[in-house]
Design a protein around this ligand. Structure first.
Ligand SMILES: CC(C)(COP(=O)(O)OP(=O)(O)OC[C@H]1O[C@@H](n2cnc3c(N)ncnc32)[C@H](O)[C@@H]1OP(=O)(O)O)[C@@H](O)C(=O)NCCC(=O)NCCS
Length: 174
């Protein structure tokens, strides 16, 4: 039987859970993210505590955690950029290998997108490494498409990433 998967917003006291998930994701899928494991390990653990407090309460930043049988097994960040365009993004998406292909990634992105919509966003963006064909297929299956914007990855300057966008009202609520 498939384990049941649930998603909830991070709670203020879950800094150590956030640190564990983030370091696990950077260790397991270093090709996928703008930060390196070394970067994350250099960050003071107390900084994850501060991030958890912020992401539990802010109207512009949130982290959503995936659980199976009470264990945290994935995450996604959702944020509205602090710039005049105020575009909405999901980032840092990761699902533990043991629970992949069970729609946990889809649940995380859906819950994060719903929260961004509640904050007023009509579109959700995601930067995806061009090497990461799995993530591209995953996001395309959810209705995201390429914007044509590209940039060098901050963590691996020799790699490029592409900006994808989901138009929520036309795709999600059709
Ligand atoms: C991308 C990721 C979050 C998907 O999580 P998931 O819980 O397996 O996703 P879902 O079960 O909701 O959807 C899986 C779908 O994504 C696509 N997909 C996932 N893994 C795939 C793979 N290895 N090859 C091809 N397509 C794949 C397929 O469309 C797949 O559908 P299927 O399971 O019916 O074949 C997960 O593979 C992951 O954490 N990867 C490493 C980190 C990463 O790349 N993050 C994204 C950064 S932009």
């Amino acid at each position: 039987m498939s384990p049941s998967l649930t998603v909830s917003r991070i709670a203020a006291q879950q800094g150590s859970v956030l640190r564990d998930l983030r370091t696990a994701s950077l260790r397991e899928a270093p090709y996928a993210f703008d930060e390196t494991l070394e970067d994350a390990l250099l960050v003071e653990p107390s900084s994850f505590d501060q991030t958890a407090v912020l992401h539990a309460n802010s109207p512009r930043l949130a982290t959503f955690l995936l659980y199976t049988e009470g264990h945290a097994c994935g995450l996604v960040h959702a944020y509205i950029e602090d710039a005049p365009e105020a575009r909405a993004f999901v980032s840092a998406l990761w699902v533990a290998p043991a629970v992949r292909h069970l729609r946990g990634g889809e649940l995380l992105v859906n819950v994060a997108s719903q929260w961004l919509a509640e904050q007023g966003a009509a579109e959700v963006h995601a930067w995806i490494s061009e090497e990461n064909r799995t993530a591209m297929r995953f996001y395309e299956r959810l209705g995201f498409g390429p914007t044509g914007d590209r940039r060098a990855m901050p963590s691996h300057a020799e790699e490029a990433e592409s900006l994808f966008v989901l138009h929520m009202h036309s795709e999600r609520h059709a």
